[in-house]
Write a protein that binds this ligand. Structure first.
Ligand SMILES: [Mg+2]
Length: 185
C-alpha cells in the first residue's frame, strides 16, 4: 500500500509562521478566521504574494512548529502499514528547507516527491492520500482514490462521503488498519 503524506497543514503548521509574519505587517488575522482555502482573497492578499510569503516562512524552517506532538512516532506507525512518501506541492526553492525540517522532527519516509501544484497529486500512483487541502481532496476523490482529510479551519466546509476526515494523524493509522483490504484495491 502506497501512502502520500502531505507536509504543509498536515505535519508542519506553517500557517502559524505565516500568521506571525503577516500580523506584523497587516491587520491581525487569527487561524480560525482562515475558513477557506483561498482565504487570502477576503483579506486582499494576492495569490502570488501569499505563495511568496509562505516560501519566505520556510526559509526560517527552524521556527515552523509541528501540527501535533509525537509526529515522528505516528509516521513510523503509518510506515508499518504501507510505504509512506512525502508528497508536497510547493516552490522547489523550499524543498531543501522542508527536508531539513522533516529531519529535525525525526520524520522518516520512503521518497520525497515535490509537485508544482496540489491538484497534480491526484495523478500520482498512491492508494491513500493524507492532505488538508479541500481542492486536492475533491480531485483525489474524483480520481477514485482514498483521501483522509486532515481537519483544519480551511477545510471544515467539506462534507463528502468519499472523503474521510481525521482530527489527528493517529486517526489515519486507525482507519488504515481497519480498512486495509479495501484501500489496497
Ligand atoms: Mg497541505
Amino acid at each position: 500500500m502506497k501512502i502520500a503524506l502531505d507536509v504543509d497543514g498536515v505535519l508542519a503548521d506553517v500557517i502559524k509562521s505565516w500568521l506571525h509574519y503577516s500580523n506584523t505587517r497587516r491587520s491581525i488575522i487569527t487561524k480560525n478566521e482562515i475558513t477557506e482555502w483561498n482565504f487570502w482573497k477576503k483579506f486582499d492578499i494576492k495569490p502570488d504574494e501569499f505563495d511568496n510569503e509562505l516560501s519566505f516562512c520556510w526559509k526560517s524552517w527552524k521556527k515552523i512548529p509541528p501540527t501535533e506532538n509525537e509526529l515522528s512516532n505516528t509516521v513510523y506507525e503509518l510506515a508499518n502499514l504501507g510505504m509512506v512518501d512525502i508528497v508536497t506541492a510547493r516552490a522547489h526553492s523550499t524543498d531543501a528547507y522542508v527536508k531539513n525540517w522533516l529531519k529535525t522532527q525525526n520524520i522518516t519516509y520512503h521518497k520525497y516527491v515535490s509537485v508544482e501544484e496540489g491538484p497534480k497529486k491526484a495523478e500520482l500512483d498512491y492508494d491513500i492520500y493524507i492532505d488538508d487541502s479541500p481542492i486536492n481532496a475533491e480531485k483525489i476523490a474524483n480520481s477514485r482514490k482514498n483521501i483522509l482529510l486532515y481537519s483544519q479551519p480551511w477545510n471544515l466546509a467539506i462534507c463528502d462521503s468519499r472523503i474521510k476526515r481525521i482530527e489527528k494523524l493517529m486517526d489515519a493509522v486507525k482507519i488504515i488498519k481497519e480498512h486495509k483490504s479495501s484501500f489496497e484495491n
